[in-house]
Design a protein around this ligand. Structure first.
Ligand code: NDP
Length: 495
């Protein structure tokens, strides 16, 4: 096993006192206690992060409010774009450093940390930078007839909502934070981000870079700590919008608290139980690499990853055999080893959850491969493939958010559509077929925020993304984010 050598900058960063980042400065003291940050591959403590106290959360919101009314409001749309592009350049320049922090903190294979988390953060940020100069209202001709010769004209303005609370899960802490801060800053909002207590490191480095490239103090703040910190932000009177990504139960609690607080605007990007459907004509050999990548990258800890795969009965044995063999040959090991394809689960709580699911296997389903822990230090488990013939099998209904995929056969298109939609969730779904005409006829009948064809979990900054049904409220990316981060003001003039 050859691990990449840690950069000096990574070692230095891990050894210094860490905590929240408020009004352009690190805040590493306080009464709220510190959290040990664990490397999931070794179970060793790699850093300690001071949790934000209630008064520090207040200070972060106050700093964001000042920047919203002051420095960021006075920064022209052009200059906002320049600064976001500079931040993207800084992420690119410090890409290896950020990727190493991600591999150490969340167990992401270094190639995934480099090629997905860091590279996509740059791409998304540059996309948001391009929007800063293109956010406009419209001019309207009022419809009412004139009473006494007077005239009317009207226009709308897109105005930033204000201070945004961005609550980030542990799986892609850098990329998801970039989605939120990019949306907020591009529209003229300012933001207070709350990373997961498990994986705050790459974001804490990012905000240092933001300061270095010249983003004004208070435009981006980070408060560290557990769920309580997120709750305080959600209920904060000066927060005008909550942008939350995480699980369905927490999302519902966050949405309810935001509504109850002051009808605070909320977008919820939540979990799913995403299906992939393989129609009878698929070339199994051709699609195996794509399926492997989409379902097992970052150990399946991706919100839109497929966890249930419906396969035409005529092809299920071939798929099961070939996908099972491909999974069994994946190299499991240290995320810092460039040849490793499959690292540990991101934290102990999640590892325990997946081990709990392993214990429930075999009740009505067949284990094709995997289903065990790897042993030794670290939160390693095997990539796992199951088969079932029962539509309400646990592994076809509950989100595991891990490397467990369950196959189920179908016979007819109507039966397939029923299976695809038989879930409270609706984040992403995919059809794998060369029969484009059939795919186009099925797409309108699939209850899902996104439907991919011959691909899955491809997120593009230009394409709106979000959940239908219990998978969320609102859309990110494309032009859709603008509605979520701005208020539409109507202006009407009589002359
Ligand atoms: P959680 O819902 O447990 O946590 C998400 C964030 O919310 C964390 O920062 C967490 O803090 C914080 N939090 C916890 N309790 C509260 C509260 N009462 N008020 C405010 N914030 C709170 O999700 P996970 O971190 O476990 O992430 C996994 C889930 O996220 C999966 O269900 C996955 O599908 C979903 N997800 C959805 C995505 C999408 O785009 N739709 C993308 C990625 C993940 P802490 O961790 O410190 O407790």
């Amino acid at each position: 096993m050859t691990e990449v050598a840690l950069l000096d900058s990574v070692v230095t960063f891990l050894s210094k006192p860490l905590g929240s980042f408020i009004d352009g400065a690190a805040v590493v003291d306080g009464q709220a206690g510190a959290i040990d940050i664990i490397n999931p591959a070794t179970e060793q403590v790699i850093a300690r992060v001071q949790q934000a106290s209630a008064s520090q959360v207040d200070a972060a919101v106050a700093a964001a409010s000042r920047a919203f009314q002051g420095s960021w409001a006075q920064t022209s749309p052009y200059l906002r774009g320049v600064l976001l592009n500079k931040l993207a350049d800084a992420i690119e320049a410090h890409g290896e450093e950020l990727a190493q922090l991600e591999a150490l903190n969340s167990g992401k294979a270094i190639n995934v940390a480099r090629g997905l988390e860091v590279a996509q953060s740059v791409i998304f940020l540059r996309y948001f930078a391009g929007w800063t100069t293109k956010i406009n209202g419209e001019s309207i001709t009022p419809s009412l007839p004139s009473m006494a010769g007077e005239h009317y004209t009207a226009f709308t303005r897109r105005e930033p909502v204000g201070v945004v609370a961005g609550i980030v899960p542990w799986n892609f802490p850098l990329l998801i934070a970039v989605w939120k801060l990019g949306s907020a800053l591009a529209t003229g909002c300012t933001i207070v981000l709350k990373p997961s207590e498990f994986s705050p490191l790459s974001l804490l480095r990012l905000v240092e870079l933001a300061k270095e490239v010249g983003l004004p103090n208070g435009a981006i703040n980070v408060v560290t700590g557990a769920g309580q910190v997120g709750q305080q932000l959600t209920e904060h009177a000066a927060v005008r919008k909550v942008s939350f990504t995480g699980s369905v139960p927490t999302g519902i609690a966050v949405g309810a608290a935001a509504m109850k607080s002051k009808l605070t605007r909320v977008t919820l990007e939540l979990g799913g139980k995403n299906p992939a459907a393989l129609l009878a004509d698929v070339n199994i050999d051709e699609i195996i690499p794509g399926l492997l990548m989409t379902a097992f990258t970052h150990q399946g800890q991706i919100c839109a990853s497929p966890e249930r795969i419906y396969v035409h009965r005529s092809r299920i044995d071939e798929l099961s055999e070939k996908l099972g063999a491909a999974l069994a040959s994946l190299k499991i090991g240290s995320p810092l080893d460039e040849s490793v394809q499959f690292g540990p689960l991101a934290n102990k709580a999640h590892y325990d959850k997946i081990v709990g699911y392993f214990a429930r296997m075999g009740e009505g389903n067949q284990v094709v491969t995997g289903g065990k822990t790897v042993g030794g230090k670290g939160y390693f488990v095997q990539p796992t493939l199951l088969r079932t013939t029962t539509p309400d099998d646990l592994f076809l209904t509950e989100e595991t958010f891990g490397p467990i995929v369950c196959l189920m056969p179908f016979d007819t298109d109507e039966e397939l559509l029923e299976l695809l939609n038989d879930t409270p969730y609706g984040l992403g779904a995919s059809l794998w077929t060369n029969d484009l005409s059939k795919a186009l006829r099925m797409i309108p009948r699939i209850e899902s925020g996104t439907v991919w064809v011959n691909m899955h979990t491809f997120l593009d900054p230009a394409v709106p993304f979000g959940g239908s049904k219990s998978s969320g409220i609102g859309r990110e990316f494309g032009s859709a984010f603008i509605e979520a981060f701005t208020e539409l003001k109507s202006v009407m003039i009589r002359y």
